[in-house]
Design a protein around this ligand. Structure first.
Ligand code: BGC
Length: 385
């Protein structure tokens, strides 16, 4: 499908699937994905913004604000529980996804996602996982929210929104203060016992964005502390690894450079990390990581667009274009982007198992994929016109 048609289709998919409440489902056609993940939602809303639909972005941000305030007690009681040393459970943390109305989904006992039983070491979180709910404790999405609201304000000049949402912004900062050092599920909702670089980077990115407005020296110190943890984590392999203590590369490390700006484009750590992404994860499209077992571990549209976005930012337009073309060649027949493409699977045998036990294909349309495509196309167009 040609670029203009696919861009039109992408924004139509995003706008038509925005719920009356303002939230976005991750994918409308996959039952387990009819929830709103703040991580997906922020970038989906920024996709709407990149195609000129700022009012849709604003509605989403106000939904986030309302949703956070609805659950503010979680943050207050987490503080008390941490102060008194009570054992925590997963419901003591803000969730990774909400219902379309901003509620927390009820835990359905018996409906255990099969991966909990299949890869318990990967998917269970010692001490705070009750074993029968979504891997909910994920802090990266709250960093993404801080970044997203600032990005919207700066892009549109609608700074009023920062005032309107000041209570939920402060609540988020408070929540991150309590949780940023804890191991939690990573942006791929896995490895809950680790401290993921993608998570720490997203938190730093959110703090950098909000501190442009707050100029709070405590936040500045906090960001520097995260940077130093990230540099230490890179010391054994000379690039940013998947998590503290790992020497594997993860495609989501790209987020730290764009849009989060945790490290500059010309920082040796950035260059070394991107080189690893190119050498180990680029198979036409970009994989999440080499040991990824989810649906066998293919190439992800969001990450492929992310690398394109990065290339545009550093002026490598031909490479940015090549990646967008790859995405265009990998839509489903009706122009829908799935979550991932199954061209070069890490573990081909495992894909069938996921399809039988989880869903018969990769969820499509995935709104986040369409949004990243819009964002990367706009970046390239703006840079080259
Ligand atoms: C991905 C998450 C994403 C979620 C909803 C999962 O498969 O790993 O990053 O937020 O799907 O799209």
């Amino acid at each position: 499908m040609d670029r203009n048609t696919l861009l039109k289709k992408s924004i139509q998919i995003i706008l038509e699937n925005q719920d009356a409440s303002g939230s976005f489902p991750a994918s409308p056609s996959f039952p387990r994905f009819r929830f709103c993940w703040p991580r997906d939602g922020i970038f989906t809303a920024c996709g709407a913004l990149a195609s000129g639909h700022a009012e849709s972005t604003r509605r989403f941000l106000l939904w986030m604000d309302k949703t956070l305030l609805k659950h503010k007690e979680i943050v207050y009681s987490l503080k008390n529980k941490l102060d008194s040393g009570i054992t925590l459970t997963e419901s003591d943390f803000l969730p990774a996804r909400f219902t379309m109305d901003g509620d927390i989904e009820p835990t359905v006992s018996g409906d255990v996602p099969f991966y909990f039983t299949k890869w318990p070491k990967i998917y269970s979180l010692n001490g705070i996982d009750n074993g029968n709910s979504w891997p909910n404790f994920q802090t990266d999405c709250y960093g993404a929210w801080l970044w997203g609201i600032c990005h919207y304000a700066k892009t549109t000049g609608d700074y009023k929104i920062l005032e309107e949402c000041s209570e939920s912004i402060s609540l988020t900062i408070e929540y991150l203060k309590l949780t940023w050092e804890m191991p939690c599920y990573d942006p791929w909702e896995e490895y809950g016992q680790e401290r993921a670089i993608g998570t720490l980077g997203s938190i730093a990115g959110g703090l950098i964005a909000i501190n442009e407005f707050k100029n709070d020296p405590d936040i500045t110190n906090w960001i520097e502390k995260i940077r130093s943890i990230l540099r230490d984590a890179a010391s054994s392999c000379n690039f940013l690894p998947k998590y503290v203590g790992s020497t594997d590369i993860d495609g989501n490390s790209l987020w730290l450079f764009i849009p989060y700006g945790v490290f500059d484009f010309n920082d040796p750590l950035t260059l070394a990390t991107v080189k690893q992404v190119e050498e180990q994860l680029l198979f036409g499209g970009v994989k999440r990581y080499r040991k990824d077992v989810y649906y066998g571990g293919g190439e992800w549209i969001v990450l492929t667009c992310w690398l394109s976005w990065y290339y545009t930012a550093i002026g490598e337009y031909a490479r940015a274009e090549e990646l967008l073309k790859w995405c265009e060649e990998h839509t489903e027949s009706d122009g829908l982007f799935p979550e991932q493409i199954f061209d070069h699977l890490n573990y081909p045998d495992i894909k069938d198992e996921w399809e039988t036990k989880w869903w018969h294909e990769s969820p499509a349309p995935l709104l986040w994929s369409h949004a990243m495509y819009i964002i990367a196309c706009k970046a390239l167009k703006d840079a080259t016109e």
